[in-house]
Design a protein around this ligand. Structure first.
Ligand code: SAH
Length: 344
């Protein structure tokens, strides 16, 4: 059965016409879906007959929040959702002065196997559909009563490894007849699949691309990110240049600060050299410790020195603030815990 929430409004219109209905019904149904109905029965402005025919023709995904943790320190909420097949994914809702940001997952697990990340430990179970990614936002809004203003695709999964569904999600979530979050308020983060970055450049999207660089040299980067063997730093930076030249959108680089691994002064110099002459912004992210990884966070002085070195070369860099430190809010940690406890 077709998942109804993975359909664009145009596709929904076409399906309704095919069912002998008026196309304007699509707008009504789209609103119900993006508002978080849990059954077709709830669509009270449709006839009983149409509701029944919809439920015979389409499936309606309804994720269930099996865990929900709210930080007492900053109001960050982390959700663990159970999907229709029993798999779980996590999302995070963060409250900032300028609005509510959410971080969503794009796959169940991840194939990239970065050494510092809890999401990749068990590999990738499956892709999320466009509708399932959208569900994370729909049901966070419904549960929290908040209106989401910004989205980052920085949860579990490599968005560019689930390219078609992620692209469809971007079009769905920014559609003005539904949730309607502008593409300029959406960031997509990638571990650096260079050829997909180039493909993405051609899509004419207004989103912000974030690239998880984490090291400026191949030796270090390959030792923590296997993707670097397929797309080494030079190849990746070529794709980034192409992305900027094609879209005119400044790229944001994520750089994780891991003690004695990525935080050395020579690496700051090399990073500055790499980014010289490119419109770029560097996000320095203190590593979040993961039980399964030996990497440790850099000391605050090392982070400060690294940032100063970059700025000295004219590269703007900000240190990312940590939210939700008391609730396993980092990258795949809640799902790991759930899996560990299920095993025990
Ligand atoms: N696969 C995509 C998006 C998901 S990860 C990507 O790699 O970009 C989102 C960000 O969190 C990435 O920059 C990732 O490298 C970073 N990250 C993962 N584990 C981390 C950890 N333990 N500490 C700090 N950042 C981490």
């Amino acid at each position: 059965m077709t998942e109804i929430k993975s359909l664009t409004i145009e596709e929904l219109k076409a399906a309704l016409v095919d069912m002998g209905e008026k196309p304007f019904r699509a707008g009504q149904i789209f609103k119900w879906l993006h508002g978080g109905v849990e059954s077709f029965e709830e669509m009270s402005n449709l006839s009983k007959d149409l509701r029944q025919r919809l439920s015979a023709r389409f499936s309606l995904t309804v994720p269930v929040a099996v865990r929900k943790q709210m930080s007492r320190m900053d109001g960050t909420i982390k959700y663990l959702w159970r999907l229709h097949d029993g798999e779980c994914v996590e999302s995070v809702l963060m409250r900032y002065k300028h609005g509510v940001s959410v971080c969503v997952s794009t796959q169940v697990g991840c194939r990239m196997a970065c050494k510092f990340c809890a999401s990749g430990i068990g590999g990738c179970k499956r892709n999320l559909s466009a509708g399932e990614i959208l569900d994370e936002i729909i049901f966070m809004q419904k549960d929290s009563g908040e209106t989401v203003s910004n989205i980052v695709l920085m949860g579990t999964g490599e968005p560019l490894d689930n390219y078609d569904n992620v692209l469809k999600f971007l079009r769905l979530v920014s559609c003005s007849e539904g949730i309607g979050i502008g593409q300029r308020h959406i960031s997509l983060s990638t571990s650096g699949i260079a050829d997909k970055i180039e493909k993405l450049a051609g899509e004419k999207l207004q989103i912000t691309l974030s690239v998880s660089l984490h090291a400026p040299d191949d030796e270090t980067r390959s030792s923590i990110m296997p993707v670097n063997n397929a797309y080494p730093v030079k190849r990746l930076m070529r794709a980034c240049r192409y992305y900027f030249d094609t879209t005119g959108r400044r790229i944001s680089y994520e750089y994780m600060m891991a003690r004695n691994k990525t935080d050395q002064p020579w690496q700051a110099e090399q990073l500055a050299k790499l980014l010289r002459g490119r419109p770029a912004h560097v996000n320095l992210i203190p590593l979040n410790e993961v039980a399964e990884s030996p990497l440790r966070p850099s000391r605050p002085e090392a982070v400060r020195r690294f940032q100063q070195a970059l700025e000295k070369h004219g590269v703007t860099a900000t240190v990312r603030r940590r939210l939700g430190p008391d609730i396993d809010a980092a990258c795949g940690q809640l799902r790991r815990r759930e899996l560990r406890e299920r095993q025990a």
